[in-house]
Design a protein around this ligand. Structure first.
Ligand code: ZN
Ligand code: ZN
Length: 427
């Protein structure tokens, strides 16, 4: 309880001192706001609206909430207590990429779990306990530069491989935000796209993830014992797939062998890889010939092609958190507000700022999400209350790993992070 009060005070201090960080999103007065206060139970207070920046900031200073959200949707009466009374008008298209939802190799090092049934401890992101097979896992997901970088790369792919070429959306209509924890969301502010229904949004997700893709519809077929594939000039998925196949085939043979035999990935057997390598040059010529699409390769039946193409599609497709896009009444984190599980600021970014953005060690102070770094290098004593806490690397310094009971003295921003994560208490 004492730490909750302490964190709330810190958040209030931030909202008092850094008013300029709270940007005003467009159609501000038509947005529904929601907050999660610093209570033990997680309860969201929804159905609020603000008439201007001042009233929002006053609210934040008076309440210092743990999390702050606003709607992607625009309403006539955003403060109406029920959805029917709000008068829904339209909704920004929001695409969310969060490392919670996809595997990255670094999770095998830093994501911890404990089985509430049998007590087994482990690392990584299993769906169920490998020992007792029960689903009762308590997880302690962590962050590092690698997984945050994977999330960033997904957003970059989303913009340059899909939204611009296939949907003709202008860069100036895209806003990106680092969520303050494990991901990014991208918001498209385009009048035509704002009117899309939930079903139409689902179709966009199906397209950018490559889920439910039909290779037959794209042209894959077997005729008179030959396999026919796609043409490179067909814009959209066929072109993306062929470009990736070319990229693979232009690698040195040893690298191709390693990639295609990888069990987590293509998982092709030796004979198939050998046969593909033998045919490599001819196949590259066919892929670049606008008239030819005969993809017959010894040993590659339709099933093998499906497996091979599905792996390529999963590499190209974007890892998104689907419900965020299709639920038009969903609330998303407000730019400039603080994330109560890290103490980081939700940082809005233009597409051209994304490439260089490094949330855990950002040199540009205006973009730096780590707002509790102390200029005077203040340190703080805290006690670890979880059995195991992974190492935390921020601002180029690594702190931890730690075990339960340890009393540590760390820089202020690290202390705030560990307190927000709920793995430590003040002493
Ligand atoms: Zn278990
Ligand atoms: Zn990581």
């Amino acid at each position: 309880m004492r730490d909750i009060k302490y964190l709330k005070r810190l958040f209030i201090g931030y909202y008092k001192e850094k008013k300029e960080n709270i940007t005003i999103i467009n159609s501000f007065t038509q947005r529904e706001f929601g907050v999660i206060p610093w209570t033990k139970e997680t309860i969201m207070m929804r159905h609020m609206s603000f008439i201007n920046k001042e009233s929002l900031i006053n609210f934040l200073i008076n309440n210092g909430p743990k999390h702050v959200y606003s709607s992607g949707a625009l309403y006539d009466l955003p403060e109406s207590q029920n959805m029917a009374g709000k008068g829904y008008q339209k909704c920004d298209l929001i695409i969310d990429v969060d490392v919670d939802h996809f595997y990255t190799p670094c999770k095998d090092k830093h994501d911890l779990w404990i089985c509430k049934n049998c007590g087994k401890l482990g690392r990584g992101m299993p769906k169920k306990c490998p020992a007792c097979k029960k689903l009762k896992l308590k997880t302690l997901p962590w962050i590092c530069e690698n997984c945050l970088d994977s999330a960033k790369k997904e957003i970059i792919k989303l913009i340059y491989d899909f939204l611009i070429p296939d949907f003709d959306i202008d860069l100036s209509q895209m806003k990106i935000a680092f969520s303050g924890h494990r991901g990014y969301h991208l918001k498209v502010e385009n009048e035509k796209i704002r009117t899309l229904t939930s079903d139409e949004r689902r179709e966009i997700i199906d397209y950018i993830t490559g889920e439910n893709i039909s290779f037959e519809v794209l042209g894959l077929q077997e005729r008179t014992q030959s396999i026919f594939g796609f043409f490179k000039q067909t814009i959209g998925w066929p072109q993306k797939i062929i470009r990736r196949i070319e990229e693979i085939l232009r690698k040195p043979n040893l690298e191709i062998e390693n990639l295609l035999s990888d069990k987590r990935n293509f998982n092709l057997n030796k004979n198939l890889i050998k046969s593909l390598l033998n045919y490599k040059e001819d196949f590259l010529n066919i892929l670049n010939n606008e008239q030819k699409n005969n993809w017959t390769i010894e040993g590659f039946g339709l099933n093998t092609w499906h497996k091979f193409l599905n792996t390529i599609v999963s590499e190209i497709g974007i890892e998104v958190d689907t419900p965020v896009t299709i639920d038009i009444h969903r609330l998303i984190r407000y730019p400039g507000s603080l994330h109560g599980k890290t103490g980081f600021k939700v940082q809005e970014l233009y597409p051209d700022q994304l490439e260089d953005f490094n949330p855990l060690d950002e040199p540009n102070k205006k973009l730096d999400p780590i707002v509790f770094e102390s200029e005077k290098k203040i340190t703080q004593k805290i006690k670890i209350i979880e059995p195991n806490v992974p190492a935390t690397k921020m601002k180029g310094e690594t702190h931890g790993p730690y075990v339960q009971g340890e009393i540590i003295e760390v820089p202020h921003h690290i202390a705030v992070f560990l307190l927000c994560k709920g793995v430590a208490k003040t002493v």
